[in-house]
Design a protein around this ligand. Sequence first.
Ligand code: PEP
Length: 246
Amino acid sequence: MTPGVKPLIAGNWKMHGTLAEAAALAQAVRDGADGLPAELLVCPTFLHVAGVAAVLTGSPVAVGAQDCHAAAKGAHTGDVAAPMLRDAGATHVILGHSERRTDHGETDAAVRAKAVAAAAAGLIPVVCVGETEAERRAGQAEAVVERQLAESLPDAFAGVIAYEPVWAIGTGRTPTEADIAAIHGVIRARLAARFGAAGATTRILYGGSMKPGNAKAILALPNVDGGLVGGASLVAADFLAIAAAA
Ligand code: PEP
């Protein structure tokens, strides 16, 4: 944890569930949200943002989306603009998730443009970075993350970073605690160097196979200010247990 920074536990629901299932999951998270040591954020698919936001109105649980377009509006068939997400009740948006980078060829420059659009619409960007397994094996993990930070973040960045080693996402594998702490330390140093005092308190989340069983140890590491949780966020009890461990 970073002293003085309240942790954030964010659930990335990816492309799962019906609207009724998303609403029920949101209600279960809402029911267990009081008194936790962390702020909570859930990120359903675009189609469910408004419905989940309606369930969570007046609760401490925030709603985010999983991507946005870099333009505020226009002829972009199939895309969703940041102002639309804000209008639907979202306060956050995940950007540059490795599945977007891989499935949709998103570059650091594209992520940066989306982060600018998100901020302009009043959304808090949650920008994901992280190395592949081959990059880690080649000793390039820190360099890759530093490059992604340098090129994905706009000059005026007020958001959240999520460090997600690609090889740990959905695999049940996690880096060692020393490796997580090392990368989070590098990210903190880069943020502080570039953004000054604001960078010293920017939340840096860890993501990649975080579960109730490993959350406490990971969340206790320096500069780990919460988690971005995929699979375990689809089970309310597990998501809430991770937040309780913060
Ligand atoms: C993710 O996709 O952001 C993620 C961290 O997934 P999981 O927790 O399932 O590894």
